[in-house]
Write a protein of this length. Structure first.
Length: 70
């Protein structure tokens, strides 16, 4: 598997995680007793997705152009 393909697979997961966050927000609207907890979890899931996207961006644009910042 090439490096670019690996990064794309991670970015695909980022999109899925954003979708999970959105679905959790929808559930929060439907279940008032769990709204606060679900919104917190949704925010955390989206934060993880953002961190993964940043990881890909920083590794993809390494100083030497090889995709590695080591």
């Amino acid at each position: 598997m090439g490096v670019d393909m690996a990064y794309q697979e991670i970015l695909d997961e980022v999109e899925l995680l954003h979708g999970v966050g959105g679905r959790l927000e929808g559930l929060a609207e439907q279940h008032p007793r769990a709204t606060e907890a679900l919104l917190t979890i949704a925010g955390n899931v989206r934060s993880v997705a953002t961190l993964l996207a940043v990881l890909v961006a920083t590794k993809l644009h390494g100083n030497d152009g090889s995709g590695s910042s080591d």
